[in-house]
Design a protein around this ligand. Sequence first.
Ligand code: BJW
Length: 296
Amino acid sequence: APIVPPEDLESFQQHLNKSTRILALLGAGLSASSGLPTFRGAGGLWRTHEATQLATPEAFGRDPGLVWQFYSYRRHKALQAKPNPAHYALAELARKKDGFMTLSQNVDGLSPRAGHPASQLKLLHGSLFDVKCSDFFCKYTESANYTDPIVPALEIPTDESDPTTISALEARAELDISDENVALPELRISDLPRCPLCKKGLLRPGVVWFGEMLPTGVINDIEKWMSDSAKIDLIMVIGTSARVYPAAGYVDSARAKGARVAVVNMDRNDAPARGLYNGDWFFEGDAAKIVPEILK
Ligand code: BJW
């Protein structure tokens, strides 16, 4: 059976083919089938903590070691993960259509690794592989830091039980520290990455936490793109609960300029599907399967 109703597929593709100004708003669901957990719902817990509770300046201020353990784990998982067919299909659409712009809330680096042209990809919430100084007065930033772990103390512990065979010794499994039953290594503040410029502040992940501004350059580029023309033809809202602002607000901005909305989501009852009008589309299922099919 086809994943997508044929009549929806046909009307969507007709609209896509005549569209010149297109946006995509991406969220964690896009990378779910690459093995990376989402923020809300199943998989949104890291040990006993809501992922969204660790993504705040307050959490970092209170317990920088815990927050680094969370982000170091996610850097490690993202480096092991591979882009899925949806990442590749979006990258290809960008190469085919100059007027296509992707707004990604994801920090996992999978869209860039799928070859998505950088000029058509705006990373709203930064990247796991950007690092910056947490001291307000220090301007130190680094991009493309793929060192894993970023400091030795953040190495993921392995199963130290006595191996019975050589291969078991070689394959010593990493423990899953996202599981609250696995002990977290003790950390001292002095073990955490320190700013090489001011030598005072701790380094922190270059992502956008709650209450923080999105990167000004990114916001300006999007505003400019939006105001370049009176009309936007289409916005695709893929794998996001569209609950976080200002990201979710781009759906309304696009609609205000005439855009029709296409939602791709596993969960029909999740936020973006509720606000759909006549002439919009809802494609239910795994983005990794649906996106390549509708963009074919
Ligand atoms: C699948 C699938 C599969 C699963 N296939 N689908 C206006 C109104 C109210 C509040 C505010 C407002 N404006 C600003 C705010 C405050 C706040 C906010 O939005 N709060 C809301 C929660 C109410 N916003 C901010 O603080 C922002 N900053 C800001 O506004 O600055 C200005 C300012 C400053 C000071 C004071 C006031 C204003 C910053 C927001 C930063 C968000 N950061 C995070 C963490 C990033 C770092 C990290 O990765 O750790 O970004 S939070 C987290 O949520 C992360 C995500 O990018 C973001 C969105 O989540 P996403 O991607 O949608 O994931 P999920 O899990 O929610 O959804 C997954 C979806 O996929 C689900 O629907 C599934 O069904 C689906 N799915 N598998 C297809 N295989």
